[in-house]
Design a protein around this ligand. Structure first.
Ligand code: ZN
Ligand code: MN
Length: 134
């Protein structure tokens, strides 16, 4: 609890805490319905709308990232530190890639921007899906 308070510099309502506890260390990049399923097992009073709205607030407060990899359902990432993603085009599995790529824009391409960060999505077929299609 104190760990969560230290880690998340926001007002931790019971709803926020429930979701952040589920997302803590979760590397699956779950969707809102995945999160709802898991959280409602422990907190049956929590509705899907509450989970959805709470995720939206946490995104606004930059405590989770919203990923737009799957146009049908938003996915959420509790890891807000810079990292890249490896994405399965079949099952939409998302794996973190922790590496700094030396990607430089030319002066012309940079258009006088100060570049703050970049994000790369690598697309492919995961080993599970490769087995299925064989
Ligand atoms: Zn896959
Ligand atoms: Mn990630």
């Amino acid at each position: 609890m104190t760990y969560m308070k230290k880690k998340y510099p926001i007002r931790l309502t019971p709803q926020r805490l429930a979701i952040l506890e589920y997302l803590e260390g979760n590397k699956a990049h779950p969707s809102a319905s995945d999160i709802y399923k898991a959280v409602s097992e422990k907190y049956p009073m929590m509705s899907f709308a509450t989970v959805y709205n709470t995720l939206d607030t946490l995104r606004e407060k930059m405590q989770v990232l919203e990923l737009s990899i799957d146009s049908k359902k938003k996915r959420f990432d509790p890891n807000t530190k810079p990292h890249h993603h490896l994405i399965c085009m079949e099952c939409k599995a998302i794996t973190d890639i922790h590496r700094k790529f030396a990607l430089d824009l030319t002066d012309g391409e940079r258009c006088d921007y100060k570049i703050m960060r970049n994000h790369i999505d690598f697309y492919g077929v995961c080993s599970n899906c490769k087995k299925k299609t064989k």
